[in-house]
Write a protein that binds this ligand. Structure first.
Ligand code: GLY
Ligand code: MN
Ligand code: MN
Length: 442
């Protein structure tokens, strides 16, 4: 088990410091059906896991916030017959002991206990609007408390979205989280190296996906953090390509966007390399430009700098390069102003990273891009994508020079902001032309 109960306990204590008195109700995720009686593998709710470390479905954290704080878990009871079929359950007693809760009860007692717990609380915190069934059930408890008004109890009059405070805490990673993310970055980098060393013309993209998953699983990751993108040739110009079923040809560029999930934490790496091991001239032109944009972005990832600065730096470098290559015409400032670069670079340069691949946390504060601070984890992922002009392409789109058509390049690393700059968690995966070609040469 990869949970240190003291860590989750201290997060719950911090939440108590951050929030005015009340009752927090935080259910984990629901199991999701795949087909008929087969479910997807269960994935806990990230916020719930952050505060509890508890991995089972059908569990709810209830936290009394205020001068006499208390953490209560509701979870599935031990049930020998059910466990024969479905596997081990902690049950409330072991869960309380091993995960450091003050109290734990079988989930069947949730309705009655919550009506007691909600009585006389000034406010309720729960993930409002996140899951209709939970919204209804929680408000049903409030109604039951109101119905008891004659007995002198009062019902909460304020309802607050529990996620805001938890998300803000999750944005700032602690040492334990950084250690796990470092490991997720290392395993995922090695998987990309394995992909570079094994990908061959004539293979299907999914065979490369198999190499990635093999390396993830062999190293203790049980899932990819998101559906792996293994996109060869023109498929690389589709941002969310996931079919992964094309047969690759010599000279194709292969764009792989894949990372493992380790103990709940995501890695998110993209590398682009040529099948056959040698970049062509035009491929190299585009690749080096994206890499230069990435370097320009890296320089802006340090504390005290606005989050948007690394995107702006990448956009400026890409736009300058597109002009230098004769693809866009005009001044760099003008082309940025009119967003002409968006024909070839239509996504942002990164996002927060953590328990979710697109992790939680506000990007703006007081109407401005927020300042980076130590402990924030983010991706830097510039790219360029050259698709043919179509009859219904926007009128301002320009014709793509033949030699660049169907090229798609993205390069993505995972960074933690440190006291003085940043640490790159995925630097192990080669990304200069020379390093990629050397890695592929074996
Ligand atoms: N793999 C998803 C992303 O790069 O944002
Ligand atoms: Mn990403
Ligand atoms: Mn990615």
């Amino acid at each position: 088990m990869h949970v240190k109960p003291e860590r989750q306990q201290s997060r719950r204590a911090e939440l108590n410091q951050r929030l005015p008195a009340g009752l927090l109700i935080l259910p984990t995720a629901r199991s999701k059906n795949r087909s008929n009686d087969s479910d997807f593998p269960f994935r806990f709710d990230s916020g719930f896991y952050y505060l509890t470390g508890f991995p089972e479905p059908e569990a709810v954290l209830v936290q009394v916030l205020g001068d006499a704080p208390k953490s209560i878990l509701f979870c599935q009871p031990k049930n020998e017959l059910r466990e024969i079929w479905e596997g081990f359950l902690f049950g409330p007693d072991a869960a309380r002991e091993q995960f450091g809760f003050d109290e734990a009860y079988p989930i069947e007692q949730l309705d009655d206990k919550l009506v007691e717990l909600i009585a006389d609380q000034p406010r309720l915190y729960f993930p409002i609007g996140y899951d209709e069934k939970w919204d209804r059930r929680i408000l049903g408890w409030v109604d039951r408390v109101k119905a008891r008004a004659k007995t002198g109890v009062t019902a909460p009059s304020e309802f607050v979205d529990a996620r805001m405070a938890i998300d803000e805490m999750r944005l700032h990673k602690d040492e334990d989280e950084i250690a796990i993310m470092r490991e997720a970055g290392r395993i995922s980098s090695e998987a990309h190296i394995r992909a570079m060393q094994t990908a061959r013309a004539g293979q299907f993209e999914y065979e490369v996906e198999a190499e990635l998953l093999y390396h993830f699983y062999k190293n203790g990751s049980r899932y990819p953090a998101y559906s792996s993108i293994v996109a060869s040739g023109a498929n690389a110009t589709c941002l969310h390509y996931q079919e992964n079923n094309r047969k690759m040809a010599q000279g194709d560029l292969l764009l792989i966007d894949a990372g493992c999930e380790l103990h709940g934490y995501a890695a998110d790496i993209t590398r682009t390399f040529p099948i056959g091991g040698k970049f062509s001239g035009p491929q190299k032109d585009i690749y080096q430009l994206v890499l230069a944009a990435m370097q320009a972005g890296f320089e802006q990832v340090k504390p005290g700098i606005r989050r948007i600065a690394y995107h702006d730096a990448a956009v400026r470098t890409l736009t300058q390069g597109l002009v230098d290559l004769g693809i866009l015409k005009g001044t760099v400032d003008g082309l940025i102003e009119t967003e002409a670069y968006k024909q070839f670079y239509m996504h942002g340069t990164g996002h927060w990273l953590g328990l979710d691949v697109h992790d939680v946390g506000e990007y703006r504060m007081d109407g401005e891009s927020r300042l980076l601070a130590p402990g924030m984890a983010l991706t830097v992922e510039p790219g360029l994508y050259f698709r043919p002009l179509l009859a219904d392409s926007p009128a301002h789109y320009v014709q793509v020079p033949e030699q660049f058509l169907h090229i798609g390049v993205r390069i993505e690393d995972d960074l933690i902001v440190t006291g003085s700059g940043h640490e790159n968690l995925t630097a192990l995966a080669p990304k200069t032309v020379a390093d990629i070609e050397a890695t592929m040469a074996g």
